[in-house]
Design a protein around this ligand. Structure first.
Ligand SMILES: Nc1nc2c(ncn2[C@@H]2O[C@H](COP(=O)(O)OP(=O)(O)OP(=O)(O)O)[C@@H](O)[C@H]2O)c(=O)[nH]1
Ligand SMILES: [Mg+2]
Length: 299
């Protein structure tokens, strides 16, 4: 039997569950997720290697109307994943109405002429009858190759999605070694985990104004010392992030430290610093410095 492989780009609006699906497929958290829109800021490659097939998934930032240079860069990353794909997964939240953002995406998908799976996610939130109605409604919009109702959060229908995807992949090489599951290194994952805790613990503009940079990482067999810098856009945001008597930053540090311990399988000593970089989301040199440009890739 010949070996199959291919690239599957996961695209959709913010918060649809793209990263949750990637993690469900790989059965490991390689992309952070959160209830806040625009959680993902870099294309993240997730590799699933089986005996007869290698799937290379590209999780992308949610496509949205940009308000900053950062937003434009995020959209650009998502679109670039379209050009590399053999198959597109378009993930949509089944509980949301079809809007102008979806219409816009549909046009891009049609223009790409690539096989597109429509994945209607979060079926756990709707009654069966409502799901059926949504499936019919969506099916009338375009001749999708496949329409899959799933719950990425509960791993529901994900195996059959993979089985069907395989039938669309062609004979091809193993692009990546068997033990590689992502194209990003450890520092990226550590910075992202810290950013995830900020996303969960802060509100309104603060979570979106934050970038995280790992400044130092020193490891022994049993312990890892990490110093990370949290960047915000205004001094008022710095105040919120530090909190009353340091409450907020301590809480972020402790929950990140706990998860990092599980990730690295060793004792972790995490130190966090907060710095203001005015309006960094509109400054191209800062975007590049913090890892949000095509030019700079982690490790
Ligand atoms: N109930 C339910 N919630 C889900 C499901 N899949 C994802 N979610 C939740 O939806 C929110 C967004 O999930 P993400 O995976 O971060 O969404 P995303 O599409 O990657 O978002 P961006 O990176 O911002 O574009 C999180 O709170 C998830 O827990 C699902 O199947 N059911
Ligand atoms: Mg995401």
């Amino acid at each position: 039997m010949s070996y199959k492989s291919g690239f599957i780009s996961i695209i959709g609006r913010p918060n649809a569950g793209k990263s949750t699906l990637l993690n469900a497929i790989l059965k490991e958290k390689i992309a952070i997720t959160s209830p806040k829109a625009q959680t993902t800021r870099n294309n993240i490659c997730g590799i699933l290697t089986l005996a007869d097939v290698q799937y290379v998934f590209i999780d992308t930032p949610g496509i949205h109307k940009p308000k900053h240079e950062l937003g434009k860069t995020l959209n650009k990353s998502a679109y670039s994943a379209l050009s590399e794909a053999d198959v597109i997964y378009w993930i949509s939240d089944i509980t949301q109405e079809f809007g102008s953002g979806d219409a816009f995406l549909l046009e891009r998908i049609k223009a790409s002429e690539l096989p597109c799976f429509l994945i209607l996610n979060k079926v756990d939130l709707l009654a069966k009858q409502e799901c059926m109605e949504k499936l019919i409604e969506w099916g009338e919009r375009y001749d999708f190759c496949e329409i899959f109702p799933i719950s990425a959060l509960h791993h529901d229908n994900v195996d059959s999605l993979l089985q069907t995807t395989k039938t669309y992949l062609k004979e091809g090489p193993k692009y990546y070694p068997d033990d590689m599951i992502s194209d990003h290194g450890e520092s990226f994952r550590i910075a992202e985990l810290i950013r995830e805790k900020v996303l969960y613990k802060t509100e309104e503009e603060v979570p979106h104004s934050v970038a995280v940079v790992i400044e130092r990482k020193e490891e022994t067999e049993t312990a890892c010392d990490i110093q990370a810098l949290i960047i915000v856009e205004r001094s008022s945001q710095k105040g919120i992030l530090i909190g009353k008597q340091g409450d907020m930053i301590r809480s972020i540090r402790l929950s990140a430290q706990k998860e990092l311990k599980a990730l690295l399988h060793k004792k972790v000593n995490l130190e966090l610093f907060v710095r203001v970089e005015n309006n960094w989301r509109n400054r191209s040199n800062k975007l590049q410095q913090f890892g949000y440009s095509e030019l700079k890739k982690d490790e």
